[in-house]
Design a binder for this molecule. Sequence first.
Ligand code: SF4
Length: 416
Amino acid sequence: MNTYTEKFNNSIQNTLFEKLPPQEQNFIREKAFLLHFTHQELKQIIDIARDLGMWNEKSLAEIFPEHTQKKVVFTRLKQAYEALRNTPNSYKNFTPKNIATEQKYTFKTQSKEGFGLGLCPVASEKTRCCNLLTLDAVESCGFDCSYCSIQSFYKQNTITFDSGFAQKLKNLNLDKNKTYHIGTGQSSDSLMWGNREGILDALFLFAKENPNVLLEFKTKSDNIKYFMENAVPSNILCTWSLNTPTIIENEEHLAASLEKRIHAARNLADKGVKVGFHFHPIVEYENYLDEYQEVYEKLLLKFNPQEVVLVSFGTLTFIKPVIKKLRDREFRSKITQMPFEDASGKSSYPHATKVEMFKHAYESFAPWHKSVFFYLCMEEHGMWKDAFGYQYWTNNDFEHAMLHAYCKKMGMDYLM
Ligand code: SF4
């Protein structure tokens, strides 16, 4: 076996080469034997081919430069790839592929070590953070949002309930003289499972017995049956993650439609439950600002600011394991087809793009600025000034301002 054959076969180990369509494998093999790519170059070419397939863009062969010198070929290939990555996406000719159309899971109930209450898993001192505490009532989510990092933490399609959850919640010994902001909805969707395994019974009882806890249920579901059928403690807040229909249809698979989410929020607000809205991630694509504007205006029309506690904005930030997981999946998504810039160790949009989207979002809600709490989630300190015109100097200042506003709107005493 000649040396390059051996080198080639070793280089494609632990890459996604075998997952490429046969004609693409043959194309890469032919070019590799012609130009003798190194292991690193081959890995990058294979990832480029995977991305182009996932983005539903031209194939590797279509953008592959014709030249005899490897260095020139590799440089021009990367330029062509970056050009596709940096062009604002269009979902016009995009057809999702291998997208689950129905929810299929295995449910597991087992006694779990420890108790899933802790600081928000994505909080950091590098970003201006609200010190949210997150409570993992359920592990893994039944929706399949392409950008979500949960997919890299849990085995998808296995939904795990903690058989000791209710008891652990009951035994939780919190300081009665302090206000806690606790959110469920980080490790799974807060409402989609309803009261399965008695999780809502336990959480409602917890809220009742701990009036100093502001308990936030975050969701992309319209499953509000339990909330409509039971008295909802006044320290419970329900918040919906919203997006444009374009992103919901193409990237938030199995989750409720925009209309269903807004309708569910409207029903709970009619029942006197305080609501809130998260636009996270705001995604840049062709004509995105106008499409988001339509959603913002819908909320301004359908809700009275006295019913709404918060509106938050955030955008895509990727950690390497999620990008690896996405490349490994056999589906189509345009979610990583974006210009990447470092954002506190993660990959996100360039600063200017984020200022554009956040400024537009905040200004679109001008009528609510004095009566609803607005915040940026997981953004660098300076982004606040650039997008909102003001900023908090510490995470504690941010948390303080948030809880003060939330408690006032919820009719709760703010205990510091
Ligand atoms: S700002 Fe966002 S990331 Fe930071 S702690 Fe709050 S919820 Fe978590």
